[in-house]
Design a protein around this ligand. Structure first.
Ligand code: PFF
Length: 459
């Protein structure tokens, strides 16, 4: 049998796993959700969920990947007790990875477009209405949406085709290091803006009255869903990277490192955005349009704003691309595990397939705008995001947890042996067995049910 590809270094593994986790969820969703739910109080709850839910599920995924040496397309087939049906999980998990990319590539395309437009001076001289109109024009143009989506799909597939070490690891490492550097520069620039302190205190001082305003359950639900999404857990997107590492290190420590990197980027994105919003008097709680509608105004008002704005959107592009490349690697690995087709062929088929699958979202705000599946104002993106974020990620995480802790699955002992194999790193604590086996699944079920109630209950 052919030997499985491996990462060249631990740094490569950590940066690519973090690259998969760090994405639009950190730089786009996290700031606007935090803005909406009142800043620091929300951030505290989100931290709590990363700790009690994110790190254990991430460790479970990495363990399943490393023990099976397979992607989610085959991992349960390898580890499940004979005769059981855990391997059916591959279908929703694989579908989830495709669905995620079906909308993610369109938003990544907007980032590239905004980078190009900002660098070319396309926002210079526009007032707030002009900037808003520019975003509507972006959404309304099939050519812009399709053109940039095609660019994202083809360039990321090309990198995956170059191989794990020579393509994915090399490019993502450079992008992630550039992202971490850019982020620090942008945050320092933003914090020292005159008038930015108010933004800092909004972001860093907990205001619990907002929690009462929205209701604790809605805020809890938002924080928990964000924890699943940001860590990429629940459908094997992280498990694949467990299958590319050796048994030198314990997995809990690696999961903690990835979570810390992911969280630092989300926090820094907030440090970049909130002081700037307050310094230039724009509303930080205005929702998904935050970075497209609000921030160009900020850069217009800032000395040297064209340069800072271009660097900001470049940062966004790196975050989005590192995730697309990671998930594409997973898609290709599914078919390498399931068939004997050569990789080049799988990649070629996927370029065509993804271009077709990503079309509905790219057309969702223009040609298909009348399709509003989740109520007035919703679109293709919301539907795809809903299926992944509110269904596949929580239920998939639940399956990973049960698989790793119940006898009817892979079982606690096997999971612990895999997670704790290695000479370095934090051990998974045996003392939390009952928590993992019973309480964690209940928390996840609670998120799932609350998600449904908060979306459909209010109508
Ligand atoms: N974690 C990514 C982000 O924050 O943008 C999104 C994501 C990737 C979610 C892969 C789920 C996944 F399986």
């Amino acid at each position: 049998m052919e030997k499985r590809e491996k990462f060249a270094s631990r740094l490569g593994f950590l940066l690519i796993s973090a690259g998969c986790a760090i994405g639009l969820g950190n730089v786009w969703k996290f700031p606007y959700i935090t803005g909406k739910y009142g800043g620091a109080a929300f951030v505290l709850i989100y931290f709590l969920f990363l700790l009690i839910l994110g790190i254990p599920v991430l460790t479970a995924e990495l363990a399943v990947g490393r023990a099976s040496q397979k992607s989610v397309a085959m991992s349960m087939d390898v580890l499940e007790p004979k005769g059981s049906k855990w391997h059916w999980f591959k279908y929703p998990a694989m579908a989830g990875n495709y669905l995620l990319m079906m909308f993610y590539t369109t938003v990544a395309g907007w980032m590239v477009y905004y980078f190009v437009k900002m660098a070319a001076g396309g926002f210079v001289g526009l007032d707030a209405d002009g900037v808003g109109a520019a975003f509507n024009h972006t959404l309304g143009s099939p050519a812009i949406n399709i053109g940039f989506m095609v660019f994202v799909v083809i360039s990321c597939m090309f990198i995956v085709a170059k191989g794990l070490q020579n393509g994915v690891e090399k490019i993502t490492k450079v992008m992630m290091l550039a992202l971490l550097g850019l982020m620090v520069v942008l945050a320092i620039r933003s914090i020292f803006l005159p008038g930015g302190e108010e933004g800092l205190s909004f972001y860093l001082k907990p205001d619990f009255t907002k929690l009462a305003e929205y209701g604790l359950t809605e805020v809890l639900f938002a924080a928990m869903s964000q924890a699943f999404f940001t860590l990429s857990i629940g459908m094997g997107a992280m498990a694949i990277f467990g299958s590319y590492i050796d048994r030198g290190r314990r997995l809990t420590g690696e999961a903690i490192c990835i979570t810390i990197l992911d969280t630092s980027v989300a926090l820094m994105a907030g440090l970049i955005i909130f002081p700037a919003c307050f310094a230039y008097g724009v509303d930080p709680g205005q929702g998904p349009g935050l970075i497209f509608v609000t921030l160009p105004n900020v850069f217009n008002a800032m000395p040297g704003g064209r340069l800072w704005g271009a660097l900001f959107f470049l940062f966004m592009c790196f975050a989005a691309f590192s995730t697309v490349i990671a998930v594409f690697q997973n898609l290709i690995a599914f078919w390498e595990d399931l068939t004997d087709l050569p990789k080049k062929k799988i990649v070629s088929i996927h370029i065509v397939l993804m271009l077709i699958l990503c079309l509905p979202c790219a057309l969702g705000y223009n040609v298909l705008a009348s399709f509003q599946p989740l109520g007035a104002g919703s679109g293709v993106l919301d539907l795809e995001d809903f299926i992944v974020s509110n269904n596949i990620l929580p239920l998939g995480s639940l399956i990973y947890v049960i698989f790793c802790s119940w006898k009817m699955g892979w079982g606690w002992d096997n999971f612990m042996a895999e997670a704790n194999t290695g000479d370095h790193g934090v051990k998974f604590p045996n003392a939390i067995r009952l928590y993992i086996k019973y309480i964690l699944p209940l928390i996840i079920l609670f998120v799932f049910v609350m998600g449904y109630i908060s979306i459909f209950g209010q109508k």
